[in-house]
Design a protein around this ligand. Structure first.
Ligand SMILES: [Fe+2]
Ligand SMILES: [Fe+2]
Length: 245
């Protein structure tokens, strides 16, 4: 198992492991390393991936320099290897939203977490990440995302998931492959709040979308996210119309 490393924005690295047996055409599991005075890892990966992913981090920097570990929601690919990362990086603190700390980390994490409020900024020294609560988007009550403000990079977690082993970074279309994956997996909890939550992300006008499964995107992130919000609005409308018929 090999984890590839690509710099998708200045000092932001995508760590990507392709598992050919997952999904219809294989699936990438991507973590993101923000290299700053206080380096941050977004997504831990599953425990089975830890040897490969930690070796990939070590190609960029000493793993013991990691200061922050963050993720979107409680799920194996997001935070399965949390204990392993905290053991490998003694100075690291796990950070998450208030809900996630209350329902999971305060009880389960080997060291106390640092809770971030909605909209709160973590100054990493040279890079700044803002926490955005996105409950149930893409799924799970504790869900939230980080926006790195100096490079305008939004870490989208499972939003915009697409299958296969596409390039690390593209300026091409990721919406159609993402809609196809949503139709295939049905992984998003679609509620009346989904479209509005995704539009709040679009308003950040990110220049890079760091996608957990598939290619990251460089370009007009606002347009991509606005289209995604409209897709979810339409799915909800179709669902409620069918339910009421
Ligand atoms: Fe997920
Ligand atoms: Fe995921």
């Amino acid at each position: 198992m090999e984890t590839r490393v690509d710099e998708i924005a200045e000092r932001i690295y995508r760590l990507s492991t392709f598992l050919p047996v997952v999904g219809p055409r294989g699936f990438t599991f991507n973590q993101f390393l923000v290299d700053a005075d206080e380096p941050l890892l977004f997504h831990c990966g599953q425990r089975a991936l830890f040897p490969a992913v930690s070796a990939a981090v070590a190609r960029v920097m000493d793993v013991r320099r990691l200061r922050w570990i963050a993720f979107s929601h409680i799920e194996a690919d997001e935070c399965g290897a949390l204990d392993e990362w905290l053991a490998a990086a003694p100075a690291a603190t796990v950070t998450h939203g208030a809900i996630g700390c209350a329902i999971w980390l305060n009880d389960q994490a080997p060291r106390p977490p640092r809770a971030l409020a909605d909209g709160e900024v973590l100054d990493l020294g040279g890079r700044r990440v803002r926490r955005l609560d996105t409950p149930h988007v893409p799924h799970c009550w504790d869900a939230g995302l980080l926006h790195e403000e100096t490079t305008a990079t939004l870490f989208t977690s499972d939003l915009l998931t697409h299958v296969g082993d596409p390039p690390a970074l593209t300026e091409g279309d990721i919406i159609e492959p993402a809609i196809a994956a949503e139709r295939h997996f049905g992984y998003t909890t679609i509620s009346p709040a989904t479209g509005a939550t995704v539009r709040r992300l679009a308003a950040l006008a990110p220049r890079t979308l760091a996608v957990m499964h598939g290619s990251s995107f460089s370009g007009d992130g606002k347009a991509v996210l606005t289209r995604l919000a409209s897709f979810y609005d339409e799915r909800l409308r179709q669902g409620t119309t069918a339910a009421g018929a």
